[in-house]
Design a protein around this ligand. Structure first.
Ligand SMILES: *Cc1c(COP(=O)(O)O)cnc(C)c1O
Length: 361
């Protein structure tokens, strides 16, 4: 058996120890005689799994009591519609900051349901930076302000939250979920599709301040109504049981390996620095994002030649470094180095890049 280093932006690499554990438990989960894929979502065994996943999530993110943790489906993209349907209902207006394709898609959905306004954008420079905002940029009476925290495609991240005052802030944290501590109390809601950093595809985790629930629009589909999901403890219908189970294993892995999210952040910073330091010293490769907004998770880079980019991606794949092609809207390369990417994977990638640079100078 040989495993590659998988730099995919999502679905993405999972910790080997988690995969092994899931493998070992696949026929008989803890003496139940079944796999988690087969068991009732109303069984005691599964109830323990989902409760444990929630408890670990609360512990790692230090989630305040007055927040609900929901396990949902539909991907992050379904929340693009669910968010305005649940929260853009008081004054029917919301402010969006456009930092990439995902924020743009969320904004397009919100416009269907009310007065959504793009209050800032970095599209002028292919989303290579986080636009600065001032308190005055946000409208009086906006039901919420929406951001995409880490921009998977472009490799930018918010290091400081926008100055929204006491307005409700909602963030898509799909591609930086559980990668570092986050003060949940500053948000009305954060959510993430699990397939970037936490589990296989099929699960969205939403962390929502309780007092915001219960104001959904009449036309809100029942499956998208966060209050319904919260009242049913995420079991309104069949949840993605297997993915929730893997999520639990990944949370256990984070705790066992790094202690807490500060420990994990330290590890992620060290890991990203290996690649960024090389990009800053290389004469052939360079990062595409302004330094102060660089993501720890997604690292886009280019050479000055399309041919060299293509040659690099091909030779890297042959050497066991896969999925390094940049998103089609940006081109070049992108290395996604999520929590589960070992530091050795990045070190070996950099050695390969050094060798490639020498051979093609
Ligand atoms: C991948 C991604 C999405 C879309 O996720 P789906 O689960 O495929 O809908 C949304 N936002 C961000 C930041 C992402 O990285």
């Amino acid at each position: 058996m040989s495993r590659v280093y998988n730099f995919s932006a999502g679905p993405s690499t999972l910790p080997v120890s988690v995969l092994k554990k899931a493998g070992a438990e696949i026929l008989d989960y803890k003496g139940s005689g079944q796999s988690v894929m087969e068991m009732s979502h109303r069984s005691k065994v599964f109830d323990d799994i989902i409760k444990e996943a929630e408890a670990l999530m609360r512990e790692l993110y230090k989630i305040p009591e007055k927040y609900k943790v929901l396990f949902l489906q539909g991907g992050a993209s379904a929340q693009f519609s669910a968010i305005p349907l649940n929260f853009m209902t008081k004054n029917k207006k919301a402010d969006y900051i456009i930092t990439g394709q995902w924020a743009k898609k969320a904004f397009a959905e919100a416009r269907k349901y009310g007065d959504a306004k793009a209050v800032a954008s970095s599209e002028d420079k292919t989303f290579s930076y986080i636009p600065k905002t001032k308190a005055e940029d946000f409208r009086e009476g906006a039901d919420y302000v929406y951001i995409c925290m880490n921009n998977t495609i472009y490799g930018t991240v918010y290091k400081e939250l926008p100055p929204v005052g006491d307005k409700v802030l909602i963030a898509d944290i799909s591609s930086c979920a559980l990668s570092e501590p986050l003060d949940i109390s500053r948000f009305g809601m954060v959510y993430f599709g699990a397939q970037k950093n936490v589990a296989p595809a099929g699960l969205v985790v939403a962390i929502i301040r309780e007092d915001l629930l219960g104001a959904a629009a009449d036309i809100c589909p029942v499956m998208m109504n966060y209050k319904v999901q919260a009242d049913a403890d995420s079991l309104y219908n069949t949840p993605p049981c297997w993915t929730i189970y893997i999520c639990k294993l990944v949370l256990e892995w984070i705790k066992e390996t790094f202690g807490d999210l500060s420990g994990l952040k330290e590890h992620n910073e060290k890991k990203a620095a290996v690649l960024y330091d090389f990009l800053d010293s290389s004469k052939m490769f360079r990062g595409t994002v302004v330094k102060e907004d660089r993501s720890l998770m997604n690292v886009p880079f280019v050479t000055d030649s399309e041919e060299l980019n293509a040659k690099f991606i091909k030779e890297a794949a042959a050497a066991g470094f896969v999925n390094l092609k940049g998103h089609r809207s940006v081109g070049g390369m992108r290395a996604s180095i999520y929590n589960a990417m070992p530091i050795d994977g990045v070190k070996e990638l950099v050695s390969f890049m050094e060798k490639f640079e020498k051979e093609n100078a």
